[in-house]
Design a protein around this ligand. Structure first.
Ligand code: ADP
Ligand code: MG
Length: 226
Protein backbone atom coordinates (compact mmCIF):
# COMPACT_ATOMS: atom_id res chain seq x y z
CA UNK A 1 0.00 0.00 0.00
CA UNK A 2 2.81 2.39 0.96
CA UNK A 3 6.32 2.32 -0.46
CA UNK A 4 8.81 4.96 0.51
CA UNK A 5 12.30 5.26 -0.87
CA UNK A 6 15.13 7.48 0.38
CA UNK A 7 12.76 10.13 1.66
CA UNK A 8 14.31 13.38 2.83
CA UNK A 9 12.69 16.41 4.41
CA UNK A 10 14.64 19.60 5.04
CA UNK A 11 13.05 22.61 6.74
CA UNK A 12 14.75 25.90 5.86
CA UNK A 13 14.30 29.15 7.71
CA UNK A 14 16.47 32.25 7.25
CA UNK A 15 19.07 31.18 9.81
CA UNK A 16 18.81 27.42 10.13
CA UNK A 17 18.39 24.31 8.05
CA UNK A 18 16.86 21.29 9.82
CA UNK A 19 17.13 17.85 8.28
CA UNK A 20 13.99 16.28 9.75
CA UNK A 21 14.08 13.09 7.64
CA UNK A 22 17.40 11.85 6.34
CA UNK A 23 16.82 9.00 3.90
CA UNK A 24 13.83 6.96 5.05
CA UNK A 25 12.93 3.78 3.15
CA UNK A 26 10.03 1.67 4.34
CA UNK A 27 6.87 -0.11 3.25
CA UNK A 28 3.46 -0.70 4.75
CA UNK A 29 1.29 -3.58 3.58
CA UNK A 30 -2.48 -3.21 3.40
CA UNK A 31 -4.03 -4.24 6.71
CA UNK A 32 -0.88 -3.70 8.75
CA UNK A 33 -0.74 -1.84 12.06
CA UNK A 34 2.59 -0.03 12.38
CA UNK A 35 3.97 1.86 15.37
CA UNK A 36 6.61 4.55 14.96
CA UNK A 37 8.73 5.38 17.99
CA UNK A 38 11.73 7.54 18.78
CA UNK A 39 12.82 10.54 20.84
CA UNK A 40 11.26 13.97 20.56
CA UNK A 41 12.38 15.81 17.42
CA UNK A 42 13.54 12.70 15.52
CA UNK A 43 11.06 13.27 12.68
CA UNK A 44 8.04 11.14 13.59
CA UNK A 45 5.38 13.80 12.96
CA UNK A 46 7.15 14.97 9.82
CA UNK A 47 7.03 11.41 8.46
CA UNK A 48 3.37 10.97 9.41
CA UNK A 49 2.43 14.29 7.79
CA UNK A 50 4.09 13.24 4.55
CA UNK A 51 2.39 9.80 4.68
CA UNK A 52 -0.92 11.65 5.20
CA UNK A 53 -0.34 14.00 2.27
CA UNK A 54 -0.31 17.03 4.54
CA UNK A 55 3.19 17.85 3.31
CA UNK A 56 5.63 16.93 0.54
CA UNK A 57 9.12 15.47 1.02
CA UNK A 58 12.12 17.52 -0.14
CA UNK A 59 13.32 14.50 -2.14
CA UNK A 60 12.74 10.77 -2.48
CA UNK A 61 9.76 8.71 -3.53
CA UNK A 62 6.39 8.03 -1.94
CA UNK A 63 4.21 5.49 -3.73
CA UNK A 64 0.65 5.15 -2.40
CA UNK A 65 -1.20 2.25 -4.03
CA UNK A 66 1.49 2.26 -6.70
CA UNK A 67 1.08 5.92 -7.59
CA UNK A 68 3.82 8.50 -6.95
CA UNK A 69 2.38 11.06 -4.55
CA UNK A 70 5.56 12.63 -3.23
CA UNK A 71 5.37 15.68 -5.46
CA UNK A 72 1.68 16.54 -5.65
CA UNK A 73 0.46 20.13 -5.53
CA UNK A 74 -1.49 21.12 -2.43
CA UNK A 75 -4.84 20.91 -4.22
CA UNK A 76 -4.07 17.40 -5.49
CA UNK A 77 -2.97 16.31 -2.01
CA UNK A 78 -6.25 17.55 -0.51
CA UNK A 79 -8.17 15.72 -3.21
CA UNK A 80 -6.23 12.49 -2.65
CA UNK A 81 -6.74 12.66 1.13
CA UNK A 82 -10.53 12.97 0.99
CA UNK A 83 -12.18 9.75 2.05
CA UNK A 84 -8.88 7.87 1.79
CA UNK A 85 -6.87 8.99 4.81
CA UNK A 86 -8.08 9.66 8.36
CA UNK A 87 -5.97 11.61 10.87
CA UNK A 88 -6.00 11.44 14.67
CA UNK A 89 -3.86 13.91 16.65
CA UNK A 90 -2.60 14.07 20.24
CA UNK A 91 -4.44 17.37 20.78
CA UNK A 92 -7.73 16.08 19.22
CA UNK A 93 -7.99 19.13 16.84
CA UNK A 94 -11.77 19.31 16.98
CA UNK A 95 -13.49 22.48 15.80
CA UNK A 96 -14.57 24.25 18.99
CA UNK A 97 -17.45 26.16 17.37
CA UNK A 98 -19.09 22.97 16.09
CA UNK A 99 -21.01 20.32 18.01
CA UNK A 100 -19.81 16.74 18.23
CA UNK A 101 -22.32 15.80 15.52
CA UNK A 102 -21.13 18.58 13.19
CA UNK A 103 -17.45 17.76 13.74
CA UNK A 104 -17.99 14.12 12.83
CA UNK A 105 -20.23 15.02 9.88
CA UNK A 106 -17.60 17.29 8.26
CA UNK A 107 -15.71 14.73 6.12
CA UNK A 108 -19.03 13.56 4.63
CA UNK A 109 -20.04 17.15 3.86
CA UNK A 110 -16.73 17.60 1.99
CA UNK A 111 -17.50 14.40 0.07
CA UNK A 112 -20.95 15.85 -0.82
CA UNK A 113 -22.84 12.98 0.82
CA UNK A 114 -26.57 13.76 1.06
CA UNK A 115 -27.94 15.04 4.40
CA UNK A 116 -30.07 12.01 5.26
CA UNK A 117 -27.19 9.63 4.59
CA UNK A 118 -24.83 11.88 6.60
CA UNK A 119 -27.18 11.79 9.59
CA UNK A 120 -27.45 8.01 9.49
CA UNK A 121 -23.69 7.50 9.26
CA UNK A 122 -22.85 10.05 11.97
CA UNK A 123 -25.32 8.36 14.33
CA UNK A 124 -23.85 4.92 13.57
CA UNK A 125 -20.29 6.09 14.07
CA UNK A 126 -21.02 7.97 17.30
CA UNK A 127 -22.72 4.83 18.57
CA UNK A 128 -19.71 2.71 17.70
CA UNK A 129 -17.43 5.15 19.55
CA UNK A 130 -19.84 5.08 22.57
CA UNK A 131 -20.30 8.85 22.39
CA UNK A 132 -23.89 9.20 21.04
CA UNK A 133 -25.07 10.85 24.27
CA UNK A 134 -22.74 13.79 23.56
CA UNK A 135 -23.86 14.49 19.97
CA UNK A 136 -25.19 17.98 20.64
CA UNK A 137 -22.39 19.05 22.99
CA UNK A 138 -19.40 21.20 22.08
CA UNK A 139 -15.81 19.89 22.40
CA UNK A 140 -15.00 22.00 25.49
CA UNK A 141 -17.88 20.31 27.33
CA UNK A 142 -16.21 16.90 26.93
CA UNK A 143 -13.40 15.11 28.75
CA UNK A 144 -10.16 14.38 26.91
CA UNK A 145 -11.10 10.75 26.41
CA UNK A 146 -14.47 11.72 24.96
CA UNK A 147 -12.87 14.31 22.66
CA UNK A 148 -10.46 11.71 21.32
CA UNK A 149 -13.33 9.30 20.64
CA UNK A 150 -15.05 12.08 18.68
CA UNK A 151 -11.80 12.74 16.80
CA UNK A 152 -11.55 9.05 15.92
CA UNK A 153 -15.20 9.08 14.79
CA UNK A 154 -14.38 12.01 12.48
CA UNK A 155 -11.25 10.25 11.20
CA UNK A 156 -13.06 7.04 10.29
CA UNK A 157 -16.52 8.18 9.17
CA UNK A 158 -15.62 8.20 5.49
CA UNK A 159 -14.18 4.66 5.78
CA UNK A 160 -10.58 5.61 4.97
CA UNK A 161 -8.30 2.72 4.12
CA UNK A 162 -5.40 4.44 5.90
CA UNK A 163 -5.57 5.82 9.46
CA UNK A 164 -2.67 7.92 10.75
CA UNK A 165 -2.48 8.64 14.46
CA UNK A 166 0.10 11.00 16.02
CA UNK A 167 0.47 10.14 19.72
CA UNK A 168 -3.29 9.48 20.03
CA UNK A 169 -3.04 8.57 23.72
CA UNK A 170 -0.49 11.29 24.59
CA UNK A 171 -2.97 13.49 26.47
CA UNK A 172 -5.05 10.69 28.01
CA UNK A 173 -4.98 8.78 31.28
CA UNK A 174 -4.44 5.03 31.15
CA UNK A 175 -8.15 4.09 31.11
CA UNK A 176 -8.98 6.43 28.22
CA UNK A 177 -5.73 5.50 26.50
CA UNK A 178 -6.74 1.86 26.63
CA UNK A 179 -10.17 2.67 25.12
CA UNK A 180 -8.46 4.49 22.24
CA UNK A 181 -6.07 1.58 21.63
CA UNK A 182 -9.00 -0.86 21.71
CA UNK A 183 -10.82 1.26 19.11
CA UNK A 184 -7.76 1.45 16.84
CA UNK A 185 -7.25 -2.31 17.16
CA UNK A 186 -10.89 -2.90 16.23
CA UNK A 187 -10.62 -0.61 13.19
CA UNK A 188 -7.48 -2.48 12.12
CA UNK A 189 -9.25 -5.82 12.47
CA UNK A 190 -12.03 -4.42 10.28
CA UNK A 191 -9.46 -3.78 7.55
CA UNK A 192 -7.99 -0.32 8.07
CA UNK A 193 -4.24 0.08 7.71
CA UNK A 194 -2.88 2.05 10.67
CA UNK A 195 0.35 3.97 11.19
CA UNK A 196 0.61 5.31 14.74
CA UNK A 197 3.30 7.46 16.36
CA UNK A 198 3.67 6.73 20.05
CA UNK A 199 5.98 7.22 23.03
CA UNK A 200 4.40 4.27 24.81
CA UNK A 201 5.93 0.82 24.55
CA UNK A 202 2.61 -0.56 25.73
CA UNK A 203 0.67 1.13 22.90
CA UNK A 204 3.29 -0.10 20.42
CA UNK A 205 2.65 -3.67 21.58
CA UNK A 206 -0.77 -3.46 19.83
CA UNK A 207 0.99 -2.99 16.47
CA UNK A 208 2.29 -5.72 14.16
CA UNK A 209 5.62 -3.95 13.67
CA UNK A 210 7.50 -1.11 15.33
CA UNK A 211 9.78 1.24 13.41
CA UNK A 212 12.31 3.10 15.56
CA UNK A 213 13.54 6.47 14.32
CA UNK A 214 16.56 8.43 15.45
CA UNK A 215 17.78 11.71 13.95
CA UNK A 216 15.59 11.30 10.87
CA UNK A 217 16.68 7.76 10.11
CA UNK A 218 15.26 4.29 10.76
CA UNK A 219 17.52 2.53 13.23
CA UNK A 220 15.55 -0.68 13.83
CA UNK A 221 12.34 -2.42 12.78
CA UNK A 222 10.86 -4.95 15.18
CA UNK A 223 8.04 -7.41 14.44
CA UNK A 224 5.62 -8.05 17.30
CA UNK A 225 5.46 -11.53 18.74
CA UNK A 226 1.66 -11.60 18.73
P1 ADP B 1 8.87 14.43 16.39
O1 ADP B 1 7.44 14.34 15.94
O2 ADP B 1 9.63 13.14 16.29
O3 ADP B 1 8.99 15.02 17.76
P2 ADP B 1 9.08 16.39 14.26
O4 ADP B 1 8.84 15.60 13.03
O5 ADP B 1 7.98 17.23 14.76
O6 ADP B 1 9.64 15.42 15.41
O7 ADP B 1 10.32 17.35 14.01
C1 ADP B 1 11.56 16.90 13.45
C2 ADP B 1 12.51 18.08 13.33
O8 ADP B 1 12.04 18.96 12.33
C3 ADP B 1 12.64 18.90 14.60
O9 ADP B 1 13.97 19.37 14.70
C4 ADP B 1 11.68 20.04 14.37
O10 ADP B 1 12.09 21.19 15.07
C5 ADP B 1 11.79 20.26 12.86
N1 ADP B 1 10.55 20.76 12.28
C6 ADP B 1 9.35 20.11 12.23
N2 ADP B 1 8.43 20.84 11.57
C7 ADP B 1 9.05 22.00 11.20
C8 ADP B 1 8.64 23.16 10.48
N3 ADP B 1 7.39 23.27 10.00
N4 ADP B 1 9.57 24.14 10.27
C9 ADP B 1 10.82 24.01 10.74
N5 ADP B 1 11.27 22.95 11.40
C10 ADP B 1 10.41 21.94 11.64
MG1 MG C 1 5.68 14.76 16.95
Amino acid sequence: MIQIKDLKKVFRTEEVETVALNGISMHVTQGEFIAIMGPSGCGKSTLLNILGLLDNPTSGHYLLDGKEVGNLKEKERTQSRKGNIGFVFQSFNLIEEMTVFENVELPLTYLKVKAAERKKRVEETLHKMSISHRASHFPNQLSGGQQQRVAIARAVIANPKLILADEPTGNLDSKNGKDVMDLLTELNQEGATIVMVTHSQHDASFAHRTINLFDGQIITEVESKM
